[in-house]
Design a protein around this ligand. Structure first.
Ligand code: GLU
Length: 446
């Protein structure tokens, strides 16, 4: 059987065995597409059902999370942890608390995480978890009780050498604090390496908060430099206004760019003279408010329900959520002069959008390469925990910068090696895959 037929037969089987999980299908389909060229060149990567094993999580946990709200009512949410692949190191990946969470979403994120973590060059496997719990509008006490209940089940499945969760959408410093407190109580030990994104006084790392956004900009700058361009003087759209978006905007502006738009799920703000990042932090991080509040306090226009991709810019950094940028948006971006797109969120561009970018000469860096700075800095946090050390901001930031630059070089070189110059999707998928695949082949059929 030729490689094409082999891959499509396998993909059909995956669709049947994982019905109703469109995001997982989308993530797998993109990787399998890139793997065709690997299998043609190196057929041994298909040995021992390697690709099938890679697409099947090592373990999937689904559990009940009951908790009592402030009115005394009992609520029931569903908790997930998908331990996808531990060939390179303990499972590593965030927890997402959002009403849209279901098994298919966690599987897509866990699958992406395998390749992303491999690309960091650090010893971490891939996993992801979360819950359909919606923290929006909940009091601190409610969030705490939810986190305690969630950890009461999860604690038996994680550990410094087993599985190390962190944050993602809806899980930040507050949630990690409550989760860590409950783990410490149940395990009766202060095992700092069990979670990352911790507070600075109890095992956290400097730069972890900024890492995904900063890393995204470091990698994008590297990509722009290869085309004799840079952030200096560039106009940038940053979708979202959460942790990734805020620090991407901050770093882009430090490098001389003007962030002309940011958003949340209700609308976007346009800020032609640049965004006041400190104000966005104040609104979103401290006040847990909406981006619309920005225009009450600073120059800018709020567009309720608007489409952020209609703003004129040179660079677009989608940092909100999966499938936020479709084929029509991609076309609109191109017509408005955007030349670089790099994903701060996980899989924010639909397959149609990615295809459009690649066909129309827009330089595109996929999330598994571009947003790997967060998890990479988590791995640096684990290193500090293992040696009971804490590094300076400058040193940690320099390590992050180096890691992002290595990722770009590796992805770029791999794309060339497979005659796909400039195709960073293929470069990222292939480079990420080969390291995991070699480890899996060496470790036997497990
Ligand atoms: N949630 C982040 C990601 O998508 C970070 C995970 C981590 O630090 O473990 O990569």
């Amino acid at each position: 059987m030729n490689v094409d037929a082999q891959i499509s037969e396998y993909y059909d089987r995956l669709l049947k065995r994982n019905a109703g999980e469109p995001e997982f299908h989308q993530a797998v389909s993109e990787v399998l597409d890139s793997l065709k060229i690997v299998l043609e060149k190196d057929p041994h990567y298909a040995d021992y059902s390697l690709v099938e094993r890679l697409c099947e999580p090592e373990r999937q946990l689904i559990f009940r999370v009951p908790w009592t709200d402030d009115k005394g009512e009992v609520n029931v949410n569903r908790g997930f942890r998908v331990q996808f692949n531990s060939a390179l190191g303990p499972y590593k990946g965030g927890l997402r608390f959002h009403p849209s969470v279901n098994l298919g979403i966690i599987k897509f994120l866990g699958f992406e995480q395998i390749f992303k973590n491999s690309l960091t060059g650090l010893p971490i496997g891939g996993g992801k978890g979360g819950s359909d719990f919606d923290p929006k509008g909940r009091t601190d006490a409610e969030v705490m009780r939810f986190c305690q209940s969630f950890m009461t089940e999860l604690h038996r499945h994680i550990g410094e050498y087993r599985d190390v969760p962190a944050g993602d959408i809806g899980v930040g410093g507050r949630e990690i604090g409550y989760l860590f407190g409950q783990y410490r109580r149940l395990a009766n030990q202060h095992e700092s390496g069990v979670l990352t994104g911790k507070g600075l006084s109890w095992g956290g790392s400097l730069v972890r908060t900024e890492a995904t956004g900063y890393g995204l900009v470091y990698l994008t700058e590297e990509m722009m430099n290869t085309h004799e361009e840079s952030f200096d003087g560039a106009k940038v759209i940053v979708s979202g206004s959460g942790n990734v978006a805020i620090y991407a905007a901050e770093k882009a502006q430090q490098l001389g760019a003007t962030v002309v738009a940011m958003s949340d799920s209700a609308g976007y703000i346009s800020t032609p003279n640049g965004v006041d990042v400190e104000l966005v932090k104040q609104i979103k991080e401290v006040g847990r408010g909406r981006i619309s509040e920005y225009v009450d306090q600073a120059e800018g226009t709020y567009h309720e329900g608007g489409n952020i991709w209609e703003v004129k810019a040179d660079v677009a950094l989608p940092c909100a959520t999966q499938n936020e940028l479709n084929g029509d948006h991609a076309k609109q971006l191109a017509e408005n002069g955007v030349r670089y797109v790099a994903e701060g969120a996980n899989m924010p561009s639909t397959p149609e959008a990615v295809h459009y970018f690649q066909e129309n000469g827009i330089h595109f860096a996929p999330g598994k390469a571009a947003n790997a700075g967060g998890v990479a800095t988590s791995a640096l946090e684990m290193q500090q925990n293992a040696t009971r050390d804490s590094w300076s901001f400058e040193y940690t930031d320099q390590r992050l910068h180096q890691i992002m630059s290595n990722i770009f070089k590796n992805v770029d070189r791999t794309a060339r090696e497979y005659n796909r110059e400039g195709d960073y999707v293929a470069g990222a998928n292939i480079a990420g895959f080969k390291k995991v695949a070699d480890a899996m082949l060496a470790q036997g059929v497990i």
